[in-house]
Design a protein around this ligand. Structure first.
Ligand SMILES: [Zn+2]
Length: 156
């Protein structure tokens, strides 16, 4: 992967792209249907098939995002919920059970809002640790961003 050698990928670049819900490879195209165009739960939760710009496939295989949902989304939301619950208990001593209801009630909502970022972060992590590029990219050593130049060759 020659272009990797010239331009070492930084984990932060992947994380930044993931938080902006952008393609992990080119960082330009969105991973999901834009919020204004969402018409159903399917639109909200399901990533697009792939990047229209660089051709990066978002869903590599069926069930690819299961880990994103259970590991990242559920795990992080539950962790934050438990921490907030412990904090409330520690600060205000409202009794044993009442703070947990305060914390548990908004968790499904938080999980819903975080679903897209969980998938996007998972996508970026996977691409960071296990980059998969099209064979053409590897043989030419061309960066996917240079594709535009190939599409419009300059005439002599
Ligand atoms: Zn892309």
């Amino acid at each position: 992967m020659p272009h990797r050698a010239q331009q070492p990928p930084s984990a932060w670049r992947f994380i930044r792209r993931a938080l902006m819900l952008r393609c992990p490879e080119c960082g330009i195209s969105p991973v999901f249907v834009p919020v204004k165009k969402v018409r159903s739960l399917f639109d909200w939760f399901t990533p697009l098939d792939g990047c229209p710009r660089c051709g990066y496939a978002y869903e590599r295989e069926q069930g690819y995002f299961l880990l994103a949902i259970w590991g990242l989304n559920y795990g992080l939301v539950a962790l934050v919920g438990v921490l907030v619950g412990l904090y409330i208990q520690h600060r205000h001593h409202p009794g044993v059970s009442s703070p947990w209801w305060l914390v548990l009630a908004p968790m499904p909502f938080a999980s819903f809002l975080f679903a897209r970022h969980a998938k996007s972060l998972f996508l970026a992590m996977d691409h960071y640790f296990d980059p998969h590029l099209k064979p053409a990219d590897m043989s030419e050593g061309a960066h996917p961003l240079d594709e535009d130049e190939h599409e419009h060759p300059s005439q002599p």
